[in-house]
Design a protein around this ligand. Structure first.
Ligand code: PEP
Ligand code: MG
Length: 759
């Protein structure tokens, strides 16, 4: 059964549109269950009715015509109860409704399973049988498993369909929303340009062309190229392979023939598809046909076709390399964006970035933040190969993307973009002004940096110091561990650029989703594994070199602070302090006269929250990493789009933990700052100030907005607001109460869209 299931899913996955996918589902499930009828009903969100979308066994003319409300018929019942329904004699059931047009009067037994994607019922999968038949437990389990598997496939096919105008009931292109994780803040409205990694056939997008002849010509040239390669390869191997083994190359040459793969691709090109898209289509059809075969030898042939496809694609991509056109307002989309891809876009054209893989800590996201380009990462559900050339919205605040946005939504976002531009102009004037509340409370605003490019942006925006310099960034863009001298030079630049303002350098925080290509860490559970201080305490040589480089770099500047990440207890701080003092002694022995800098601990693990007072006694300052603290307190992976809706730094548990940390740090007379993304959210910043944080550190993009906001509020009122919110146990209510309170103070302008999701 498992094999059947796998085969069906595989076949459905390679269907070109929703209609084909559903057609395959009903035929294959009907066969596998030996039933007489299999049908799929999909819920049309506009009419809120379950519409018959595909059937094997019922009258096909009723497809798209027969539909039922959730309170009608057995299908409606399965959909609303969100449970399977197994009836030996359907007509006996009070909810049974008879649809003459389907010809279903002949069917006695009924087994239906809801199709649910991300908690949402998208449809119902039904099998029926003429005779009375009590479907057994195994059959029921199969249908439930089938529909769970198909939910994702249907949602994906539906999204693809609505993107390309092949949506359900031929309704044409529709707006669709996809959820990823925020990569870099900001909003953008523009046109998608899909960039491909070299020669990866599966990710080639569909693209229509007008000059069919030119595409055919390109393909001919590619064919010729591969033919020549094959002949050369075959000749090269003449001394090593027997002639019958070399016959494989003849098979390849035959496959390329006009009568075979070659002509099929040309036929697809003639429908207006570009050569690369046509090649992908034909090759994937052949591959899935081979892969479905029971004969192991024939299944192996799939690999040959794939290989040929890749070779042809490499030629086609060479020919295409210079021809990628970047329109104004380009939104670059790729399975895995690389920094090099950004470099290709002419200046002034790039407005947004979307990567299917990767997280907020990927190189591209780091770069995007430094460049101020709105970015969404980890958009795993986006059928990205289908989006080339379509209109899109990137919401880098919330990690969301909209394809084919409606006019209303486009206008809303265009207004956001325009407002941000206006604000940026006005905010320039703010740069020189202090961040002080209406009742005179000074709130130092610091920045988070990583690349050198962050420095200029931070200075333009009036940062008062660096609250977090992520030293892993220069490590990540290197090919090996940078030497002490190299590190010294990099750190010196940061310290000198901000001097005399303080720069808080965090010791190397790798592990989790931050990996070094030259120091790979493979783990089942990387976020609970070898991360941050755990790695550097196990490798004192790395820690010592880094500490020495930092200390030496601060000579004569004395604006260095050192911060320790991922601290889970006092023993780690003790060990780290021991190493830091050792490095300090060594540096001074070498003749560099520097004072011991202030040392701080990051509070980002729940254990550290409970031990704040103990930790505060050991060091000079504390800094809360709200990104990790939220993730660990709520047990929600900060990079997993499936649970992105649960990731919420305004959750009451997070707010209580933050207040506890501030109170405990102050009880020990130690200052405490916060350097996660939360500090850059203007609405949240009001609460953090009210809690008593001594400074807020954020990305440079958000700094002026936070400053604007804090200059409009009073500390007293903010404290009252915080006190009210701290009594609320429900995150949604906290969001809406915060929004309302700020709105009532005339501050709505700044709370959207940088505010958390539900605002
Ligand atoms: C944090 O966890 O909030 C933090 C600032 O560190 P990073 O995002 O680099 O893990
Ligand atoms: Mg962290």
């Amino acid at each position: 059964m498992l094999n059947t299931l796998r085969k069906i899913v595989q076949e459905v996955n390679s269907a070109k549109d929703l209609k084909t996918a559903l057609g395959i589902i009903v035929i294959r499930v009907q066969e596998a269950m030996s039933s007489q009828v299999c049908s799929v009903y999909l819920l049309d969100p506009e009419t809120n009715r379950f519409v018959l979308m595909a059937t094997e066994g019922l009258n096909k003319r009723s497809i798209g015509r027969v539909s039922m409300a959730p309170n009608e018929g057995l299908v409606g019942l399965v959909g609303t109860r969100e449970e399977p329904l197994n009836l030996e004699n359907a007509a006996d059931h009070p909810r049974y409704r008879y649809f003459a047009e389907t010809g279903e009067e002949r069917y006695a037994s009924f087994l239906g399973a809801p199709i649910i994607h991300h908690r949402r019922v998208v449809g119902v999968l039904v099998i029926q049988q003429k005779e009375r038949r009590q479907f057994d437990e195994g059959e029921e389990a199969f249908l439930v498993t089938m529909s769970a598997q198909l939910a994702g496939v249907i949602a994906h096919a539906e999204a693809t369909g609505s993107i390309r105008g092949l949506g359900r009931q031929g309704k044409g292109t529709q707006e669709a929303r996809f959820v990823g994780v925020p990569g870099s803040p900001g909003a953008a409205v523009g046109t998608a340009v899909v960039v491909l990694p070299p020669a990866d056939l599966e990710v080639v997008p569909d693209r229509t062309v007008t000059d069919v002849e030119a595409e055919v010509q390109l393909f001919e040239t590619a064919l010729e190229g591969v033919r020549n390669d094959m002949r050369t390869l075959s000749a090269k191997l003449a001394t090593q392979l027997r002639p019958e083994e070399r016959a494989l190359f003849d098979v390849y040459l035959m496959m390329l023939d006009d009568a075979s793969l070659g002509s099929e691709v040309k036929n697809v090109i003639k429908t207006g598809q570009w050569a690369q898209g046509a090649l992908r289509q034909v090759v994937s059809e052949h591959v899935s046909r081979f892969e479905l075969m029971d004969d192991a030898y024939l299944r192996e042939r799939a690999a040959d076709v794939k290989d040929l496809g890749r070779r042809l694609l490499a030629y086609l991509q060479q020919a295409r390399q210079q021809t990628l056109v970047y329109p104004d307002n380009t939104i670059l989309v790729s399975e895995e964006l690389s920094p090099a891809m950004l470099g290709e876009v002419p200046e002034g054209k790039l407005v947004g970035l979307i990567s299917v893989m990767g997280s907020g800590n990927s190189h591209v996201a780091i770069l995007a933040r430094a460049m101020g380009i709105p970015t969404v990462m980890g958009l795993v559900d986006l059928p990205y190969s289908k989006v080339d050339g379509i209109q899109m919205i990137v919401d880098g605040y919330h990690g969301e993307v909209f394809t084919n946005p409606s006019e209303i939504l486009s206008k809303q976002y265009a207004a956001v973009v325009e407002e941000e531009r206006e604000l940026a102009k006005g905010l320039d004037a703010l740069r020189e002004l202090p961040c002080v509340t209406l009742d005179g409370h000074r709130m130092p605003l610091w920045v988070n940096t990583g690349l050198l490019a962050d420095v200029a942006r931070a200075q333009q925006r009036g940062a008062e110091g660096v609250g977090l310099y992520r030293t892993e960034v220069p490590f990540m863009i290197n090919q090996r561990f940078p030497s002490e001298k190299e590190q010294l030079a990099i750190y010196r630049e940061q310290l000198a650029a901000f001097h005399p303002l303080p720069v808080t350098m965090r010791s190397l925080d790798i592990g989790g989703d931050k990996s070094l290509s030259y120091f790979p860490i493979k783990e089942e559970n990387p976020f609970l594994g070898w991360r941050g201080i755990r790695v550097t305490l196990d490798h004192p040589e790395i820690f010592l070199v880094q500490a020495r480089a930092m200390l030496k770099a601060s000579e004569g500047l004395n604006n260095l602070r050192i911060l320790l990440p991922m601290i889970s207890g006092t023993h780690e701080v003790e060990e780290a302090l021991h190493l830091l003092h050792r490095a300090w002694g060594e540096v001074r022995d070498e003749g560099t006269d520097v004072p011991m800098p202030p040392i701080g601990v990051m509070v980002e693990i729940p254990a550290a929250v409970y031990q704040t007072r103990d930790l505060a006694r050991q060091v000079d300052f504390l800094s809360v990493g709200s990104n990790d603290l939220t993730q660990y307190l709520l047990a929600v992976d900060r990079n997993n789009p499936r649970v992105a809706d649960l990731y919420d730094y305004l959750h009451p548990a997070v707010l209580q933990a933050l207040q506890h940390v501030v109170t405990a740090a102050h009880a020990e007379g130690k200052p405490v700052s916060i350097c996660g993304e939360m500090a850059g959210d203007p609405a949240a910043a009001v609460l953090l100030m009210a809690m008593g944080f001594d400074s807020l550190s954020m990305n440079a993009t958000n700094l002026p907005k936070v400053k604007w906001m804090l200059r409009q509020v009073s500390l007293e009122k903010s404290r009252e607001l915080l006190a009210q919110l701290m009594k609320i146990d429900n995150p949604q209510v906290i969001h809406s109460s915060l929004q309302l309170a700020l709105k009532n103070q005339g501050l709505a302008r700044m709370i959207n869209p940088a505010a958390p999701k539900s605002l």
